[in-house]
Ligand binder design. Sequence first.
Ligand code: PLP
Length: 227
Amino acid sequence: MPFPTLLATLAEVRRRIAAAVVRGGHDQAVTIIAVTKTFGPEAPMAAFAAGLVDVGENKVQEALDKMPHVSVPVHWHLIGHLQRNKVKFVDPFVLVHGMDSPRLADALHAHGVSRGRPVPVLLQVNVTGEASKGGVTAADLSTLAPTLRSRDGLEVRGVMTMAPFDAPEAALREAFGGARACRDRLRDAGLLATELSMGMSADFEMAVEEGATMVRLGSILFGARTQ
Ligand SMILES: *Cc1c(COP(=O)(O)O)cnc(C)c1O
């Protein structure tokens, strides 16, 4: 059986998430997204067998190649950067986490209109302004939020962020807390933005303390990636 320790690890992760919810005081439900990138179809199958329904992939083509070999009804999340010329491939995904620019928002909106069903998306925010990371800044939100509200090809469910890698706790808290503030601003602008996708294997407890409703976990569940 692939991933023989998955069940025990998952129980431990769930326990740590529950404790972090209590510490953080946001009283939110937290969905675990099993990040299966670089692994074969056995990873989503094992996740599903362990009780996880939500699976995340960061590359469209890799996900599309994997899907036909996964015979269980997982929900696919696209968690990575999406190029505008690939928006036509988003239909099998329940949620696009990486809407990281106004131009991509325009392209996804156009796709949602043309297919007659809005595209469920999260707005990717880059709170700390790291140049290497995608996403809109908090300052962009004032103009972007009303625009998004008028885009009926989009269903803006909330915000996603990638925290700085290997940063001190204060910087992580700033990134996570800032993302939560962005989500709340979208809500205040009249969007049905309830979700907050943040936290990976190394920092998910802090993300949950800061209000994450979705954590994206790869290596802690499936082991180190070789690619
Ligand atoms: C790979 C990836 C993750 C999972 O990372 P781990 O550290 O293995 O948990 C989460 N989010 C995104 C966007 C990723 O690309």
